[in-house]
Design a protein around this ligand. Structure first.
Ligand code: COA
Length: 199
């Protein structure tokens, strides 16, 4: 049996299921705590997050803290779209998904449980902490570092040699040109803080 159980039957889960099929999984099922959701991308929802899982599992939840919690104690797989471009020496952590059109350049290190979303890029020597998300069309220039659970919004750009601490949300279209060392929400060009606390 070539089964993959995906936790999180959402739009993100649908994209993950498509990539899983392209990675050779032929028996894909979902789990979700929302009982009203019966299918996702044409695949059945067969239970909730407490349902015992056999075989491979992937956590397809956008919220980084929830993704982290649900990953604990599970053997999660890594999924890479065949049309992502990944340097030979880049390191991709377990439970991470790399989507179509993404580019990961030499010596980049991506943590566990990350989302490298459609047409985003992570350039040379970047280091991403666990459970980060580089959203659709966002770009990290060379030697950017991000802490755990940080989310770089759609179309945002992070200039080279920038450090962003953990638990940050960088808004859509934001341009980060200075280090960010306080958790919170940042928007605009250049980035300015609009909210505190966890992302
Ligand atoms: C940054 C973000 C998380 C803020 O969400 P929020 O906390 O709900 O904030 P609000 O929508 O209440 O906006 C607060 C203020 O910030 C402004 N703002 C929000 N997002 C902004 C952005 N990306 N760029 C510039 N200004 C932004 C709002 O206009 C508002 O300004 P105002 O107080 O003058 O009216 C959200 O707007 C965002 O950009 N999310 C990214 C979505 C994304 O990338 N999705 C990708 C999925 S792959």
């Amino acid at each position: 049996m070539n089964r993959l159980t995906i936790i999180g039957a959402s739009g993100h889960g649908k994209v993950v299921a498509d990539i899983a099929g392209l990675n050779g999984y032929t028996d894909i099922v979902f789990l979700d705590d929302n009982e009203s959701v019966k299918e996702c991308g044409g695949f059945k929802v067969i239970g909730n997050t407490k349902t015992p899982v056999e075989g491979d599992v992937f956590i397809a939840i956008g919220n980084p803290q929830v993704r982290k919690r649900l990953s604990e104690g599970r053997k999660v797989v890594t999924l890479i779209h065949p049309h992502a471009v990944i340097a030979r020496d880049a390191v991709i952590g377990e439970g991470t998904v790399v989507m179509a059109g993404a580019v990961i350049n030499p010596n980049a290190r991506i943590g566990k449980g990350c989302i490298i979303n459609t047409c985003s890029s992570v350039d040379h020597d970047c280091v991403l902490g666990d459970f980060c998300h580089v959203a659709v069309g966002a770009h990290l220039c060379g030697t950017v570092k991000t802490g755990e659970c940080t989310w770089i919004g759609a179309g945002a750009t992070v200039s080279n040699n920038i450090d962003i601490c953990g638990n940050c949300t960088v808004g859509a279209g934001c341009v980060v040109v200075k280090d960010i060392d306080e958790p919170g929400t940042y928007v605009g060009v250049p980035a300015k803080k609009i909210g505190g606390g966890e992302s």
